[in-house]
Design a protein around this ligand. Structure first.
Ligand code: ATP
Ligand code: MG
Ligand code: ZN
Length: 282
């Protein structure tokens, strides 16, 4: 050991010996045993003077650790938001939807909401489960799917919400102002913790079946087997089978829990409320 270091280490050792103990206590902040020593200043203007210095308190270290953790969480939350914002294709009326803002009007809707809460609560990448929302137009299927996504964000999971017809338009056309490249989008959709494919089946027409863009969606589902997916559709099982074809339909049903949503069209209801004074829409 070099002489300066030896001197320093010996001095510290001497100064924190039993002879120099002023007091002992347990710190309320970190619950560590703290010993206060009378320590002599080696250098500076106060050289040679003694002052009490506590040893053993971990409060500052803990606070620093908490700060680092908080900062990390903030960065991850920002990344989750950016991932969702940059890659989701979703109608603006759904952006505010949450499980808390869903107001069930039927028993089945109440049950659907309970199932959504349970799904979000028990969501695990280790035990992935898919959901398929089925029901008529405007009953809140997409709303509930978005609500789950928001609940997952709070659990620090990431997710993307894609309205399938919008995805196909996006893939089929060459827009100059595309938010991200197709390659990047598809990669993100394959890897995200939870992917919502909203309105699946709505994009299919007879001619479209062989379309590369349609096959892209199923390439996606295929690549995500074993990773959680949420689908919504207002097609019947028969229609879905006919439109998707046997192989794709089979993938959609694999490890998937069905949630039925009944009720009246929320949008039509809203229209009727706003126009209650009108005699008739015709
Ligand atoms: N029970 C509800 N409580 C609050 N808002 C609702 C409810 N049901 C629907 N909405 C709202 O009504 C609009 C339509 O709902 P949503 O888009 O979820 O319907 P959908 O079942 O997905 O219909 P579609 O089959 O046409 O896609 C949304 O703005 C949604 O937020
Ligand atoms: Mg919908
Ligand atoms: Zn402490």
């Amino acid at each position: 050991m070099n002489p300066a270091r030896e001197h320093f280490s010996n001095s510290i050792h001497l100064q924190t010996s039993e002879d120099n103990v002023v007091s002992r206590y347990t710190c309320e902040g970190c619950e560590q045993n703290v010993t206060v020593y009378n320590v002599e200043a080696y250098q500076g203007p106060n050289k040679g003077t003694f002052r009490p210095i506590p040893y053993g308190c971990k409060c500052e270290d803990l606070e620093l650790g908490r700060l680092v953790l908080r900062r990390q969480r903030e960065i991850l939350a920002k990344q989750r938001k950016e991932l969702f914002d940059h890659h989701s294709l979703v109608n603006s009326d759904l952006l505010k939807a949450s499980l808390d803002s869903y107001e069930p009007t039927t028993e089945q809707q109440t049950l659907a909401l309970q199932m959504c809460r349970h799904y979000a609560f028990t969501f695990s990448m280790d035990k992935p489960l898919n959901l398929l929302f089925k029901g008529g137009c405007g009953v809140g299927k997409s709303h509930l799917a978005m609500g789950i996504m928001k609940a997952l964000f709070r659990k620090r999971l990431n997710g993307i919400f894609i309205t399938v017809p919008q995805l196909l338009t996006y893939l089929k056309h060459t827009f100059h102002d595309k938010k991200v490249s197709e390659y990047e989008l598809i990669q993100r959709l394959k890897n995200v913790d939870c992917l919502v494919l909203d309105d699946i089946g709505a994009e299919y027409t007879r001619n479209d079946r062989e379309n590369w863009a349609v096959s892209k969606v199923f390439e996606l589902i295929d690549a995500r087997l074993g990773k959680p997916m949420i689908y919504t559709t207002n097609l019947s099982s028969r229609q879905l089978y006919d439109r998707l074809g046997k192989r794709n339909h089979s993938r959609l049903l694999y490890n998937t829990k069905l949630i039925r949503v009944d009720g009246v069209d929320f949008r039509a209801n809203d229209f009727n409320r706003r126009n209650a004074d009108e005699e008739s829409y015709d």
